[in-house]
Design a protein around this ligand. Sequence first.
Ligand SMILES: Cc1cc2nc3c(=O)[nH]c(=O)nc-3n(C[C@H](O)[C@H](O)[C@H](O)COP(=O)(O)OP(=O)(O)OC[C@H]3O[C@@H](n4cnc5c(N)ncnc54)[C@H](O)[C@@H]3O)c2cc1C
Length: 369
Amino acid sequence: MEPRFFEPDEGVVPIGTETATSGLCQETHFYYCASAKAVDISQQTVHCKAVLPNHSGEEADLSFALEYDALVLATGAVGSTFGIPGVHEYAHFLREVSDAEHIRNNIIANLARCNLPGISPEERSRLLHFVIVGGGPTGVEFTGELTDFIIQDVARLFPGAAAEMKITLVEARDVLGSFEAAHRDYATTRLEKKGVHFQKATVKEVHAAHLETDNGNIPYGVLVWSTGVGPTPFVTALPLDHAAGRIAVDACLRARLADDPSKHLPNVFAAGDCSANVDAPLPALAQVAEQQGAYLAQCLNANAGKPSSDPPAFQYRHMGSMVSLGTGSAVIEIFGKGLTGWTAWFGWRTLPLTDPVTSVENETKQNQG
Ligand SMILES: Cc1cc2nc3c(=O)[nH]c(=O)nc-3n(C[C@H](O)[C@H](O)[C@H](O)COP(=O)(O)OP(=O)(O)OC[C@H]3O[C@@H](n4cnc5c(N)ncnc54)[C@H](O)[C@@H]3O)c2cc1C
C-alpha cells in the first residue's frame, strides 16, 4: 500500500521493507529500509534491522533502535493456514509479487513436464490440474485470471495441454460468502461456463501431490492457498493485547498492554490488517487500512504529532465490494445496489474504492462538531 505520512514537529519515521523513494527523504520525513524486530513499550523504542544488501550482495548486519513519541503499527498480515499440515510446504500463497511469479513458473514447468516421454496419463492429468483453496474474493479473482491465462495464452502456445487443463476451486462453505446469493450464483455459473469445477470440502492435510479433504482426496499439479489472513511473527511477539492473533485496538485504534488489557496505550496505535477492534470488527481490506491510516494522520496532526487524550472514534465507511471473474465479467455491490457482467467488469477496472480521504475528513469533522 502506498504510505501516507503526517508531519509532526519531530518528524516521521516509517520503517518498511520497500525501496526508498526520494519523496520520503525530506527534512521532516525519514525512511529506513529495515525490518522492525521488536517493540519495547516501556522504553518507547523500536528495535530494527536493516534489510539492505551490502557491497557483496549479502544482507547488511546492521541493527539499530528508534525512540518514538507515538507509534503506528501497520505491518499487515500473512496468509492463514489454520494450522493445516503441509500448507506451508506445498501451497502457494497469494500475497507478494514473488508468489505470483512462482505460480506462473510452476504452471509453465508443469506444461513442459507433462509432455516428457514416459509420463503416464494419470500423472499428466495431475500436472495439469490447478487447485485453488478458498472461495473468497481473492481466490475467485485468481481463478478468473487463471482461466483467462489458459484461454488467452496457454491455448495459443500449448493447444493440446490447454484442452486438458482443469481448474478446481475448493471451499468449505459458500463461494463469495460475503456477497448476495444472486451474485454468488452469477459468479459460480459464470466461472463454471469457463470450465471451473467447484468442490465443497474442508482440507484436512496437504501432501506433495494431493489434498486430503473430508470429501476425498484431490490430486493437484499446482496448489494455490487463499483462506484469509493471519498474524505475522512480529505481531504475535508484540507485548500487546491480541484479538484472533491481531493487535487488539479500541475505537480510536489505540493498542492495549498484554498484561492489562483494560487500559489502552495513549501513544501506540495499530491500523490495517494487523489490527482488530473486537467491538466493531472490520474485514482485512485495503479500504479499511487506508481509511484508518488517514484517520490516524488526522488525529496526530491535530495535536502537532502528539497523541490526543480524547480523539474522535474511527468511523469506517464501506465503499462497496467488487470481484472480477476474468475479462468481461465481474460483480459489484455498491451503495446497496448490485451490478454484474461487462458493465461491472468495466467498473471493477475503473472505480477507486480505496480513496477515502475526503470521506474520512468529512466524518472526522462531523465527529468533532
Ligand atoms: C491477492 C490479494 C488481493 C487483494 N485484493 C483486495 C481488493 O481488491 N480490495 C481490497 O480492499 N483489499 C484487497 N486485498 C487486501 C489488502 O491488500 C489489504 O487489506 C491491505 O493491503 C492491508 O494494508 P496494510 O497496510 O494493513 O498491510 P500491507 O499492505 O500488507 O502492508 C504492510 C507492510 O508492512 C511491511 N512489514 C511487515 N512487517 C514488517 C516489519 N516487521 N518491519 C517493517 N515492515 C514490515 C510489509 O512489507 C508491507 O509493506 C487483497 C489482498 C491480497 C493478498
